[in-house]
Design a protein around this ligand. Structure first.
Ligand SMILES: Nc1ncnc2c1ncn2[C@@H]1O[C@H](COP(=O)(O)OP(=O)(O)OP(=O)(O)O)[C@@H](O)[C@H]1O
Length: 388
């Protein structure tokens, strides 16, 4: 379905290639995560598949076509077999939900009757029945991404490319989007998803291709996100740190230094208050903590309850990770305590993500492969990012 043979991509004016001698074969019907640090080449990879860009060297075949042999004029026709979803949704702000999805079909000349049938079917599939007349700014972020997915799949594409589709969404909303992508994959569409979202990669146990500085360093059939040093847990932005990974291991590790720092601050403050005579030491607590032992005093740590339990000592790491992992997996609001029935041993996997569980979501039958049509090259013009 997708074949990279010794593909190198070097952008003009850069020293290092964005992709370096990449060999990759993705079969029909696969669900593949592309992971890797920021700048490792994930988006470049997707852009090459989409023929938005050409490789500097090497061969790429997509859906049986040698991309080097497709003329620019034929690229829009080639793209009709591909659906694309991006982190920033790229909806048309001045069009309703219905019209955003219909636009894909109008551009390629589908009949009014076909559109009237296909769009509601697709909106139903993505869970947006009843919202067809709304504009993007009247939808939540998750709903906007569902519109973008509906637009991407209304042609029944052979391949769905998703570049950080949950990047702007909270964990619970992201879970719904992953459910949708899994259902789309179950209907036969090949899904290739670039992501930093460790939790979903870990849970879904699909194929994982890891890029590092443009090189494929891992290709696991049923992999997890991985714990390699090449993947950062956060990156600095203008406004602060953006967390890239949310796996329980990473959350626990990320919290550990803060917990220790808060402990030390609280213990030092308590010792100072006692030394000043402002408060009396509790029975059994030394008036002044011995040098180097400030971290051992029990302190109250101002963290949400689930995170507190993950930070408490001396509970073994594997035990504290479980409730947090379970709750991240289920997309729970971390400020709410877990329900009492979570004593099930082992990791609880949401039922829709369990292997061999038939999806209840059906893809609308709007045509065969010959009708898997896509967008013209002009489609992106006028697109907008998130509207909230
Ligand atoms: N148009 C471009 N011109 C020059 N360099 C580019 C261009 N696009 C990407 N690059 C560079 O190519 C490398 C790979 O970028 P790419 O966007 O593919 O990475 P990525 O893994 O998708 O990153 P992120 O996770 O941050 O989206 C980076 O070093 C980037 O700076």
């Amino acid at each position: 379905m997708i074949l990279f043979e010794n593909v190198t991509k070097k952008y003009r004016g850069t020293q290092k290639p964005a992709l370096d001698s990449v060999d990759l074969k993705i079969d029909r019907g696969e669900f593949v995560f592309i992971v890797g640090a920021s700048g490792s080449g994930k988006s470049s990879c997707l852009r090459l598949i989409l023929r938005e860009d050409r490789p500097t060297s090497g061969q790429i075949h997509v859906a049986g076509q040698d991309l080097s042999k497709i003329s620019s004029r034929k690229v829009p026709y080639f793209r009709r077999g591909l659906g694309t979803v991006f982190q920033d949704f790229r909806l048309l702000a001045n069009k309703t939900v219905f019209d955003n999805v219909a636009f894909t079909l109008q551009v390629i000349g589908k009949s009014r009757g076909f559109i009237q049938e296909a769009v509601p079917d697709t909106l139903e599939m993505v869970g947006l029945t009843g919202k067809a007349k709304r504009f993007p700014h009247e939808l939540s972020g998750g709903e906007q991404q569902r519109v973008a997915i509906a637009r991407a799949i209304v042609n029944k594409p052979a391949i769905l490319l998703a570049d950080e589709p949950t990047g702007n969404l909270d964990p619970a909303t992201s879970l719904g989007i992953m459910q949708l992508l899994k259902a789309i994959n179950a209907s036969g569409t090949t899904v290739v998803m670039a992501t930093h979202e460790a939790t979903f990669v870990d849970i879904m146990q699909q194929r994982v291709v890891e890029l590092s500085q443009g090189v494929v360093v891992r290709d696991d059939v049923e992999g997890g996100y991985g714990h390699t040093a090449s993947i950062p847990i956060a990156e600095l932005t203008d406004t602060g740190a953006r967390v890239l990974r949310t796996s329980e291991e990473v959350v626990r590790q990320a919290l550990a230094p803060d917990v220790e720092r808060i402990r030390q601050q609280d213990a030092a403050a308590a010792a100072a208050a006692i030394a000043d005579g402002a408060v009396s030491p509790a029975p059994g607590v030394p008036a002044a903590a011995p040098q180097g032992a400030v971290g051992s005093a029990p302190v109250e740590i101002p963290l949400p309850e689930p995170l507190l339990s993950a930070a408490a000592e001396p509970v073994p790491a594997e035990d504290v990770a479980e409730p947090l992992a379970t709750r991240l997996d289920s997309g729970d609001d971390l400020s709410v305590p877990p329900p009492p029935d979570e004593a099930v041993p082992g990791k609880r996997i949401p039922s829709f993500l369990e292997p061999d569980v038939e999806s209840t979501v059906q893809v609308a039958e709007t045509g065969g492969f010959a009708e898997r049509l896509g967008l013209s090259e002009d489609d992106d013009q006028g697109n907008v990012g998130p509207t909230r």
